[in-house]
Design a protein around this ligand. Structure first.
Ligand SMILES: Cc1cc2nc3c(=O)[nH]c(=O)nc-3n(C[C@H](O)[C@H](O)[C@H](O)COP(=O)(O)OP(=O)(O)OC[C@H]3O[C@@H](n4cnc5c(N)ncnc54)[C@H](O)[C@@H]3O)c2cc1C
Length: 401
C-alpha cells in the first residue's frame, strides 16, 4: 500500500510543481488512474487518489470530458468508486445550479443553540494548534494548494465542532488556499460537515486518523475522544482551544484579491471579424483551436473570494498560453470593454459576478457549463435522492445495470 509510485503527488515530488497548468498533465493522470486501487485505498492519505481536482475545477479537463474518458475508455460505471466520487461533484453543482448564491449561507438549521465565531483563530491559520494532524494539514495546504479529502474533512470538523468556528469562515479560508477551490464542492462540503446540509455533524477522532494517516497520529489531544463525547462537545461545549504544547507558527501566505500583474500580459484587445471566445478561470480548456481567445477576470468576484499566489500563478500561466490578452474589471467595465465587439462566445459559469458579466457581454452564444450527468429540473436535497433520480433517467448508469 505504500508503494511510492502509486500516488501522483509522490511521483511528482521531484518536480518543481506538483500541479503544472498543462492539459497533458491532467490527461496523463487520467490514464494512470487505478480504479481498483482507488476503491481500496482512497480513504488513506497515501491512497491511489488522482490529484486531478485543480484541472477539473479550472476546466483544463472539464468534468463531462473526464467522466466520458473513464466511462468509454476504461469501461467504468457509477458503481466504480472513481466515477461515484466524481458524481458527488456533479451533485454539488446541481445544488448550486438550483440554489445559486444561497449555498454561501446556512442551507439548514444545523446544531441548535451552538454559538460559532465568525473568524478562524490564529493558531489554526498558523498551523500551531498542537494537534499534529491539523497542523500538518494546514502546512500542506499552504505549501501545495492541495489536500486529500480526509484532511479536508478533519480540518473542517475540528474547526467547526471543536473550535466552534462558523463553517463559512473556514470555507472561505480553505477555498482561497486551494488550487481546486470550487464554491459548490467546498462550501457545500463544509456545510455537510457542520450539519447545515446533512442530518448529522461529521465527527472524527484520533483512532480514525491513526487508521488512515498513521504518521499523523494525534494521541492525547482534543480529538482523542470517543464518538459519544465528541457528539456532546459538538452540540454543547465551547471552543476547546489549542493544545498546551504547540509547534512554531507558520505564517499564513497572503490571499490576493487581484491578479499579480506581472503574470498578466498587458495587450490591447484588437477585435477581428471572426469569432472570439471569452476565457474565464473555469474554462481553461482548449477546445477551439481556430478561434481567438480573450481572457476575462471579474474584479468584484476576486475581491470577495481572494486567491493564493499559487492559484493565481496556475490560472494566469494557463490564460497567458491560451489568450491574446486578459481583461480585468467589474461587470459593467467588462461588458463595456467588450461592447463593440461582435461574435463573442463563452462557456457559462455559476460563479457570482462572472455569471452576470457573461450574460451582459455575450447574449446569444453562451454554452451551458459542462456537466457529466443530465441536469434535473428540481433541486434534490440529498445526494442519494439525486443519484436515484439520475439512475431512473439513464438506467444504464445505474450501479445495478
Ligand atoms: C471540507 C471539504 C472541502 C472541499 N473542497 C473542494 C473544493 O474546493 N474543490 C473540489 O474539487 N473538491 C473539494 N472537496 C472534495 C474532495 O475533497 C476533492 O475533490 C478531492 O479530495 C480532490 O482530490 P483528487 O483530485 O485526488 O480526488 P479523487 O479522489 O482522485 O477524485 C477524482 C475527482 O472526483 C471529484 N471528487 C472526488 N471526491 C469528491 C467529493 N467528495 N466531492 C466533490 N468532488 C469530488 C474531484 O473532481 C476529483 O478530482 C472538498 C471536500 C471537503 C470535505
Amino acid at each position: 500500500m505504500d508503494s511510492p509510485s502509486r500516488h501522483p503527488l509522490k511521483r511528482a515530488s521531484h518536480e518543481q510543481e506538483q500541479f503544472p497548468p498543462f492539459r497533458f498533465t491532467a490527461l496523463r493522470r487520467v490514464a494512470q488512474a487505478q480504479p481498483r486501487e482507488y476503491a481500496r485505498t482512497r480513504n488513506h492519505l497515501d491512497g491511489a487518489v488522482t490529484a486531478l481536482s485543480p484541472y477539473v475545477t479550472h476546466g483544463l479537463l472539464p468534468a463531462d470530458e473526464l467522466f466520458d474518458l473513464w466511462r468509454r475508455r476504461r469501461g467504468l460505471t457509477l458503481a466504480d468508486k472513481l466515477l461515484g466520487q466524481l458524481a458527488w461533484r456533479e451533485y454539488f453543482h446541481h445544488v448550486w445550479h438550483h440554489r445559486g448564491d444561497a449555498i454561501l449561507d446556512d442551507l439548514g438549521p444545523g446544531l441548535p443553540g451552538v454559538v460559532y465565531a465568525q473568524e478562524l483563530p490564529a493558531d489554526i491559520r498558523q498551523a500551531a494548534t498542537g494537534v499534529p494532524v491539523i497542523d500538518a494539514s494546514v502546512r500542506r495546504l499552504y505549501t501545495t494548494g492541495y489536500l486529500h479529502n480526509h484532511q479536508r474533512l478533519w480540518l473542517a470538523s475540528y474547526a467547526v465542532h471543536l473550535r466552534k468556528v462558523h463553517w463559512r469562515a473556514g470555507a472561505d479560508w480553505m477555498y482561497g488556499h486551494l488550487l481546486d477551490g470550487d464554491l459548490a464542492a467546498n462550501h457545500l462540503s463544509w456545510q455537510w460537515v457542520a450539519g447545515t446540509f446533512s442530518r448529522k455533524p461529521y465527527l472524527f477522532n484520533a483512532d480514525n486518523v491513526a487508521r488512515h494517516a498513521p504518521h499523523l497520529v494525534s494521541p492525547g489531544t482534543a480529538i482523542d475522544l470517543n464518538y459519544a463525547d465528541l457528539e456532546t462537545l459538538a452540540r454543547s461545549g465551547g471552543d476547546v482551544g489549542p493544545e498546551w504544547l504547540r509547534p512554531d507558527p507558520m505564517p499564513e501566505p497572503p490571499l490576493l484579491d487581484a491578479p499579480p500583474w506581472e503574470r498578466v500580459p498587458a495587450m490591447p484587445v484588437v477585435w477581428s471579424d471572426g469569432w472570439t471566445a471569452l476565457v474565464h478561470p473555469w474554462s481553461l480548456d482548449c477546445r477551439l483551436p481556430d478561434v481567438r481567445q480573450v481572457g476575462i477576470l471579474h474584479a468584484d468576484f476576486h475581491r470577495r473570494f481572494p486567491w493564493s499566489a499559487r492559484r493565481w500563478h496556475f490560472v494566469l500561466t494557463r490564460m497567458a498560453r491560451m489568450c491574446e490578452t486578459v481583461h480585468l474589471g467589474d461587470t459593467t467595465e467588462l461588458a463595456a470593454g467588450l461592447g463593440d465587439s461582435r461574435r463573442l462566445m463563452a462557456v457559462r459559469t455559476l460563479n457570482p459576478g462572472y455569471r452576470q458579466a457573461l450574460v451582459l457581454a455575450v447574449e446569444g452564444c453562451l454554452a451551458p457549463p459542462p456537466t457529466a450527468l443530465p441536469e434535473l429540473d428540481r433541486c434534490h436535497g440529498s445526494y442519494s435522492a439525486w443519484f436515484k433520480a439520475q439512475c431512473r433517467l439513464v438506467p444504464e448508469w445505474s450501479p445495478a445495470a
